[in-house]
Design a protein around this ligand. Structure first.
Ligand SMILES: [Zn+2]
Length: 870
């Protein structure tokens, strides 16, 4: 599934960015009372082969009426009972081979004693009739008095262990079954389920019955049901149906955001050498989804926030492709071949992340994927909580396994594996892996073995350090030139602390040395704590690059002189090396030559990722010359995803009337909505003297999907002007758009801090039906610093529908309130993004997160909790 964004920081800016899930978003849906996900696969008593799942709905009551028939075979002699996972369902009757059977239920299971002891290989047909109002697993999104226009939607979300909340079944990935799904719904509704549509029949009473059949086996967490007032667009790929669904009224947003799907199907089928295996591919976009996207077999569900307004969609460099390619990639990695246990979830998520890269590098200009990779590496290092954990781990009691190692690091590890093996061997290895494991459940050793079988390359060390080991190399690099020997001596230190699962890394890489005579590349392999390599060079080098192009997940402190960084910024052929130079130069303060070089890069580099990195650097340097260069850069920048970043960099310059005036004019009428939104935020951040008038005007005005209003509301908190309180309270009210309410919460929390009535208003949202608002309220209260909110947060901790991810977040906010303002978190305490950091870093990440939520409607970190109401 997809949780978060992986684009560089800047890219998070808005609706439409699809990174669903990144790490931040991992979602596990376990209840506190229950426990985290089961880390190891279960030993099985039976093999579930087929389920016929018939569901009816009492929509107003948010109730499901189910009748499921399981076909299964026992796997052991002396089997005297069959147990199914089942939570909160009222079981009405059970038959075994058409004979009424006794049964008992516990909090988590339906147990069916067998009339006589079964042998290994005995076949059973077990029919279960039941009803329930699921607290998770199935969600009813309905109109209410505050939101009368809401289209009616019912959708399910099984991963990780929530199918059992609406279907008594074997609910762990290590089993696979085919399904027939029979859905009886109001005649005007559409439905989507796994597999092929067999037919739609009139069912009387204004109802219709839809029958779907999936003939390829997959795991129960990949079962899906979507039903409701939807609009459909039909497309196809090699004769298979490719369909897209939007909630009623938003069908016109499908094509602009989703129409590249068939091209992706073609690319992935060709590159992998294994054709897309399912009989159709549907993508259903639903409201209030609990994730960014979920790869149910043949029928992905995505958050409706991916239906970006057609006026905003062109402002995103890659549109919704990261989300779409991620979920599509799962159809091979996750669905056709499935992790055996949650400890190996990276075999799903790391691959899906890698498939985003595959699409990006094949469809967009080369600079796009290169910049994404450079940003992903930095993003991973920013998440300090990931450092000590290996990718494959089974100790996730108190933190989700759907973390930045499974996603970001997993994707980078596969990228490195390809880089090391070469394209041909790598894809041959993957093809073999998919072919031998097709329709099976796998652990990491199966991947290593398949690639080795195909390529005859032993990957034990690679997997040992990158997948079973933790951390990454932190290089300390320096070189000297000996002009008598005509030699460059490069010193390489691995400076990471060797402890726990973090060791020394053994890595082949390339060093490039550029002299007046040209550039030359040398392959080396690093493996020691400290070592030195010498290379011939006719003269002192102008540039020495280690890991040219940035292919390794690493950090590097390369001790170079200013002139070398300047040369590298201008002349390095690869994006990563130029971006590295821009970052290194950002630290050489008060140097007009550096300012000028960064300004030149901002205007002239051919890669937009390097240009925005230069903009960030100029913003960080805060020099008067840099401010001017940013203003000039803004004049020439055309792409919205560059303009918004330059504008954001201008938000670092306080007390400059010229910049405040420019931001004001951009906020009022730039051709890019993203730039205007960034300008509104920057005006708040610099506390520009007349900012409130501009923000108020933006709140009052209209823009596509409230885009500018939301930005203006978000800017009011940083502005710190208490006169904004009444506006914020107005927009936080029930009936206003959810994302607008969300935007207003954190700003309101920062104003009139001694007004307990505001604290109470925000605390009132802790129990709101919309998870985004609950989530926003939790962090807003921590930010507000009013200890009177502690009891409300503590009582929220006691509610039993919280996800495992939610609990530490609430606890962290309580600790923050008790600690008082301005104190740093203790070691181990993390902020919203699961990362430790200072206020500024926290603010940046909150901002990023906030946007993600806004954009994706995803339930971050398992925020699946929904109140009974929704
Ligand atoms: Zn995923």
């Amino acid at each position: 599934m997809k949780t978060a964004p992986r684009y560089g920081r800047s890219n998070f800016a808005l609706p439409g960015r699809g990174r669903w899930l990144s790490l931040f978003f991992a979602m596990t849906l376990m209840t506190v009372a229950a426990r985290g996900d089961e880390p190891y696969a279960r030993s099985k008593d039976y093999d579930l082969q087929h389920s016929k799942i018939a569901l009816k709905f009492d929509v107003e009551q948010k109730k499901i009426i189910g009748d499921v028939t399981h076909t299964l075979t026992t796997l052991r002699d002396n089997t005297n009972k069959l147990a199914f996972d089942s939570v909160g369902l009222a079981i009405q009757s059970v038959t075994v081979n058409k004979t009424a059977a006794k049964f008992e239920t516990t909090a988590t299971q339906l147990i069916v004693p067998l009339a006589s002891v079964a042998k290994k290989g005995d076949k059973f047909e077990v029919e279960i009739k039941y009803e329930g109002k699921p607290s998770k697993g199935t969600y009813f999104i309905l109109p209410d008095q505050d939101y009368p226009q809401q289209p009616k939607e019912i959708w399910t979300q099984g991963e990780s262990e929530d199918t059992r909340y609406y279907l008594p079944t074997y609910d762990y990935p290590n089993d696979r079954l085919t399904t027939e799904t029979v859905l009886t719904v109001p005649a005007a509704w559409l439905t989507v389920a796994n597999g092929k549509l067999i037919g739609v029949k009139d069912a009387g009473n204004g109802l219709k019955t839809w029958t779907w059949q999936e003939s390829l086996p997959s795991s129960t967490y990949l079962i899906t049901v979507v039903a409701g007032e939807f609009e459909e667009v039909r497309d196809s790929w090699r004769g298979k149906p490719v369909t897209y669904y939007a909630p009623k009224g938003r069908g016109d947003r499908l094509k602009i955001n989703y129409s590249r799907t068939p091209q992706m199907l073609e690319l992935f089928s060709k590159k992998l050498g294994v054709d897309y295996p399912w009989e159709k591919y549907a993508q259903s976009m639903v409201d209030d989804f609990v994730a960014g996207g979920m790869e149910n077999s043949s029928a992905t569900t995505n958050a409706s926030s991916s239906l970006v307004n057609p006026l905003l969609a062109p402002e995103y460099a890659t549109g919704q492709d990261p989300l779409i390619s991620h979920e599509l990639g799962h159809q091979w990695f996750g669905d056709l071949v499935t992790c055996k246990d949650w400890g190996n979830i990276w075999l799903n998520e790391g691959f899906a992340t890698f498939m985003e890269t595959l699409w990006s590098e094949n469809y967009f200009p080369k600079e796009q994927s290169e910049y994404e990779r450079w940003s992903s590496v930095r993003e991973w290092f920013e998440q300090a909580n990931l450092w000590a954990k290996p990718i494959v781990r089974h100790d996730f009691d108190d933190s989700s396994e759907f973390d930045g190692n499974a996603y970001g690091k997993g994707g980078l590890v596969l990228y490195m594996l390809r880089h090391q093996l070469g394209d041909d061997a790598f894809y041959r290895g993957l093809k073999h892996y998919l072919e031998v494991n097709r329709g099976k459940n796998v652990v990491t050793a199966d991947l290593a073995k398949a690639i080795e079988e195909e390529t005859h390359t032993n990957l034990d060390q690679f997997f040992s350090q990158w997948v079973y080991g933790a951390g990454a190399p932190k290089f300390d690099l320096s070189y000297s030139y000996d002009d008598t020997k005509h030699q460059v001596m490069l010193k390489v230190k691995q400076a990471q602390k060797i402890e726990g699962r973090v060791g020394l890394f053994h890595i082949p890489t390339d060093v490039e040395i550029t002299t007046a005579a040209g550039a030359k590349e040398y392959p080396i392999t690093v493996s020691k704590a400290e070592e030195a390599f010498s290379f011939p060079a006719d003269s002192a080098p102008a540039m020495v690059l280690f890991d040219k192009g940035g292919h390794i997940l690493k950090s590097a402190e390369f001790h170079k002189e200013k002139k070398e960084w300047l040369y590298q910024l201008k002349n390095a052929s690869e994006i990563a090396d130029r971006a590295d130079a821009a970052q290194a130069l950002a630290k050489l303060k008060e140097d007009t030559e550096v300012d000028a070089a960064l300004g030149d890069t901002l205007r002239n580099d051919k890669a937009w990722g390097v240009r925005v990195t230069a903009a960030d650097a100029l913003g960080e340097r805060k020099s008067p010359a840099g401010a001017k260069l940013l203003l000039e850069g803004l004049n020439s920048a055309t792409e919205p995803w560059v303009r918004n970043r330059i504008v954001a960099a201008l938000g670092n310059f306080k007390d400059s009337p010229e910049i405040a005036a420019k931001l004001d004019s951009v906020a009022k009428d730039d051709k890019s909505y993203r730039a205007r939104a960034a300008a509104l935020l920057a005006l708040g951040k610099i506390k520009a003297p007349n900012a409130l008038a501009t923000l108020n005007a933006a709140v009052a005005g209209d823009s596509p999907d409230n885009f500018l209003r939301n930005a203006a509301l978000r800017a009011m908190g940083p502005l710190g002007d208490d006169r904004a309180v009444s506006t914020l309270r107005e927009w936080i009210a029930a009936g206003k758009p959810i994302d607008t309410r969300r935007a207003a919460i954190s700003s309101l929390a920062r104003l009139k801090k001694d007004d307990q009535e505001i604290t109470q208003q925000i605390a009132g949202l802790l129990n709101d039906a919309h998870f985004q608002l609950r989530f926003g309220a939790i962090f807003a209260l921590g930010e507000r610093g009013d200890v009177s909110a502690v009891p409300a947060l503590e009582s929220l901790l006691k509610s039993n529908d919280l996800s495992i991810e939610m609990v530490p977040m609430i606890r962290a906010q309580i600790a923050r309130l008790k600690r008082g303002p301005g104190k740093k978190p203790e070691a181990g305490e993390t902020n919203e993004a699961g990362e430790a950091g200072g206020d500024e870093a926290v603010a940046t990440r909150l901002d990023r997160l906030e946007k993600m939520i806004q954009e994706m409607n995803q339930r971050l970190k398992n925020i699946d909790e929904r109140l009974p109401k929704h």
